[in-house]
Design a protein around this ligand. Structure first.
Ligand code: DPP
Ligand code: ZN
Length: 844
């Protein structure tokens, strides 16, 4: 496997003027006939003609009608070509039915579908499969499927064929084709300039009842992008197709988005509130890519965050507007810390803009996506809302139709504001989570904050420079009044002080409001001060953060055998639950304890080797204590969370259900699951059904409920995925591995379906004390299945290796066992470059 470097970028030798593709569909022998008009690129450094191609059988090729015999290698082909525009034609044969990697053209439940990002198009035909080659496509599909779709607008159809034309030049990774026996929910949307766009959401038969929510989310997204960014849709039709076997969440193919069923299909009976929220966000995300990704795309894959960071930021803004801004910000940060901080503080740490990769599929990461979005959020905070909007207008204007770089993006901001962003650019180039250490001082009415910054070494990167870090700060007086409203301090030096004058008394600082930068901030803070902020901070994020910090202090103290601030924590929690002004969703978030993985990292940072069992016990003990401490409040509050109206997956109802389930989790510690059983018996939506089932599993009385759940939902793959997952996630640590092992032998387990594989093995990784079982059984099971999956679906196998990314935190025995497991994967004959690269990076 070859390492690709950003520094080696060269422009393509030939550009493509247009592409005509004909597909003659047959499950094991599909013919793809391409007619491509090439023109020499005036900016090219060479005239070497190279087309990517993998797993293709070339039947014939011609140039300007004359037969040619190209030289074929494993990566593609070369051929002597004229030094002038010419027409290339080729016919290849491919095997969609045998394609279990789910990259290129493959089959899912008898339906043809494609996934081309990042480099799947080269498995469909010979082509310059790189995002800086953009062309209009015309696609003719021949076959017997009742529905045959591709990008763009329909331009013809007849018995056994359909033709689609996409007038917008696009890179090959945005190509899509779908064919099968599909049914559509149809709707329409009138754009801001009065153009009517047909909307279709396609599913296989039987899933029609799960499309209403997705369609509404699509229309809301289209309206929002017009209202907030002035971006209008640009084809006559927009289509979404739901596919059961899909490696990712969804894909923004031009005019024909393809979605994992789990990221689009929803109904109250089968989907949780969290599913609805995620679906709304993903539909928005893929739709927003039409401008940030498709109309303006990436020059090369090192620029991936140009489209992903920006589009995640835009979908976060959308969710904040559709739901509660405070709650969605907290959820975004929880996800960032859970996945990106974990990545950034281990062997897989990498830059938002990497300098090199072996397999680009391994860089669709939380760092490129979520940290990328945080970088954009900081940029917006630094330039302000007005310049943000002006800069975005300039970006769309200047770069429409181009394949761009992150530097092009930053230049737009420099030109708009006149600001030099070279220090800010380090956010893209320096890996690792910066640490901020804050001290303060008060004398003669002046309050001084001193902030030190340091970014730890990461693989291949040491001696990092100070970054430009926006730290939003507000000051409260001891009565809880805000004496200095939020101000953004721009930290640019390794150490820097900021003074606030004219204060009557020493204030209490509220630091990093709204999580204004993706950093780890530490400051010696007393439990009283945290409790004070939890009660009084006007910044909802920091209010939540104060409670979380208290909970972490309690848990880490318990694990290390110190006295912790249980009392202030539990009292503050009680006060918050009694606060009638606080939103139920917020209370539910405050009630949630920090995850066991988060505690492990915190302990490791403090110089301990975390013991997963002790962490789990500490979490259980604290839950028991909370249940006892809050037992007077719980029944009344739970009763208030009853909903009389018909189910709606909106922010208000889901907040109430979240709080109700948070309280039920505590009640289960007191009544052994009696109430959970009652809730489960009458639950008429998946949120309460699955939530109460989790409580029953933890209470050890779920056997009958699990059997009934399986019997009821055995024909619904997405619900069955939940059935697999919940048993493992909620299993007692000592049982998790054997349950996962047993479920991997269940007749409904199917390693070829990524959702099902993740439902078992992704779930095992989410039960830290179970996965890290002291006998190494979790490691062995995981490694065995990764090696087994690798030849079938290398992308998912490689992704699953991240279960091991935290290995250096643990004690010597565990480290040795994990090393053994990883080395075992590495020795697997024929291991993919996907998994090979990941294992090598994790081992370091
Ligand atoms: N480009 C796709 C997305 O992020 C990849 N899953 O939306
Ligand atoms: Zn995306």
């Amino acid at each position: 496997p070859q390492t690709i470097f950003l520094a080696d970028y060269t422009p393509p030798a030939y550009l493509v003027e247009d592409v005509h593709l004909t597909f003659r569909l047959a499950p094991s022998a599909t013919r793809v006939i391409s007619r491509i008009r090439f023109v020499p690129n005036p900016d090219a450094k060479s005239r070497d003609f190279f087309l990517h191609g993998q797993e293709l059988t070339l039947i014939r090729a011609t140039i300007d009608g004359a037969e040619v015999t190209p030289e074929i290698t494993e990566a593609g082909l070369t051929c002597a070509v004229p030094d002038a525009p010419f027409t290339w034609e080729a016919e290849v044969e491919i095997d969609p039915a045998g394609n279990t990697a789910l990259e290129g053209l493959y089959m899912s439940n008898g339906m043809y579908c494609t996934q081309c990002e990042a480099e799947g198009f080269r498995k469909i035909t010979y082509y310059p499969d790189r995002p800086d080659v953009m062309a209009p496509f015309t696609v003719r599909i021949e076959g017997d499927a009742p529905v045959m779709l591709s990008n763009g607008n329909p331009t013809g159809e007849g018995r056994g064929w359909a033709e689609w034309t996409d007038p917008w030049p696009k890179p090959a990774y945005l190509f899509a084709l779908v064919a099968g026996d599909l049914v559509a929910r149809e709707d329409s949307f009138v754009t801001m300039s009065g153009k009517e766009v047909a909307l279709r959401l396609w599913t296989r038969r039987g899933d029609e009842g799960k499309t209403a929510f997705g369609m509404e989310a699509l229309k809301k997204s289209m309206r929002w992008d017009e209202e907030v960014y002035g971006r209008e849709y640009d084809l006559d039709i927009f289509q979404i197709v739901a596919v059961s076997d899909f490696n990712m969440g969804a894909m923004e193919n031009k005019g024909l988005n393809i979605f994992n069923t789990s990221a689009v299909l929803a109904s109250p009976e089968t989907s949780t509130d969290a599913n609805f929220e995620r679906i709304e966000a993903i539909i928005a995300h893929e739709y927003f890519h039409n401008w940030t990704g498709n109309r303006i795309t990436c020059r090369d894959w090192f620029q991936l965050s140009l489209k992903e960071g920006l589009t995640v930021f835009r979908d976060q803004q959308f969710t904040a507007d559709m739901r509660s801004a405070a709650v969605s910000r907290i959820e975004d940060v929880m996800a960032l810390r859970g996945r990106q901080f974990r990545e950034d503080n281990g062997p897989l740490a990498h830059q938002v803009q990497p300098d090199s990769f072996v397999e680009i599929n391994n860089f669709y990461t939380a760092t490129v996506y979520e940290k990328g979005a945080e970088v954009i959020r900081m940029l917006k905070a630094l330039v302000g809302d007005d310049d943000w909007r002006r800069a975005l207008d300039l970006y769309f204007d200047r770069h429409d139709g181009q394949a761009c770089t992150i530097d092009d993006w930053l230049k737009v901001f420099e030109d708009t504001t006149g600001r030099d962003l070279s220090q800010f650019r380090l956010w893209y180039k320096q890996a690792g989570t910066p640490r901020l250490t804050v001290t303060d001082d008060f004398a003669e009415g002046t309050y001084t904050l001193t902030i030190k910054q340091q970014t730890p070494d990461t693989p291949g990167q040491t001696d990092k420079k100070p970054m430009l870090i926006p730290v939003a700060v507000g000051l409260l007086n001891p009565n809880g009044d805000e004496v200095v409203p939020t101000r953004v301090l721009e930290v640019t030096e390794a150490e820097q002080s900021f003074a606030f004058e004219g204060l009557a008394a020493k204030p209490i600082p509220s630091l990093l409001r709204g999580f204004s930068a993706p950093v780890i901030l530490t400051r010696d803070t007393s439990a009283e001060e945290r409790a004070f902020l939890l009660a009084h901070d006007t910044d909802p994020f920091n209010r939540w953060e104060a409670g979380r910090a208290l909970a972490k202090d309690v848990l880490t103290a318990k694990v290390t055998g110190r006295d912790g601030p249980e009392r202030p924590y539990l009292d503050a929690l009680a006060a918050l639950l009694r606060d009638e002004g606080a939103d139920p969703a917020f209370k539910a978030l405050a009630l949630r304890q920090p995850g066991e993985d988060d505690i492990a990292q915190t302990l490791f940072d403090a110089g301990h080797s975390p013991d997963p069992d002790r962490i789990h016990d500490a979490a259980e003990t604290l839950k028991q204590q909370a249940a006892e401490h809050l037992q007077d409040i719980i029944p009344r509050l739970a009763a208030e969370m009853t909903i009389d109206a018909p189910y709606a997956p909106d922010a208000e109802q889901s907040g109430k259900r979240a709080l109700r389930l948070g309280l039920l989790d505590l009640t289960t510690r007191l009544d052994g699951g009696a109430e959970a059983e009652a809730v489960h018996a009458v639950a008429d939506n998946m949120t309460l059904s699955l939530g109460s089932l989790g409580c029953l599993i933890e209470a050890g009385r779920a056997e009958a409920a699990l059997a009934a759940f399986h019997a009821r939902w055995q024909d619904d793959a997405l619900v069955l995925d939940k059935w697999f997952t919940t048993q493992i996630v909620h299993a007692a640590p000592g049982d998790a591995v054997s349950i996962a092992e047993r479920l991997s032998r269940h007749p409904d387990f199917n390693m070829k379906n990524p959702n099902r594989f993740r439902a078992v093995f992704g779930a095992l990784a989410m039960n830290p004390a179970g996965f890290h079982a002291a006998d190494g059984s979790g490691y062995r099971l995981m490694a065995e299945w990764i090696a087994r999956l690798d030849p079938v679906n290398p992308q998912i196998a490689a992704r699953m290796t991240t279960a091991f990314e935290t290995w250096r935190r643990y004690d010597g025995d565990r480290k040795q066992m994990i090393r053994g497991a990883l080395e075992g994967i590495a020795r697997t004959p024929g291991l993919s470059s996907d998994s090979g690269e990941m294992v090598a990076r994790i081992l370091g």
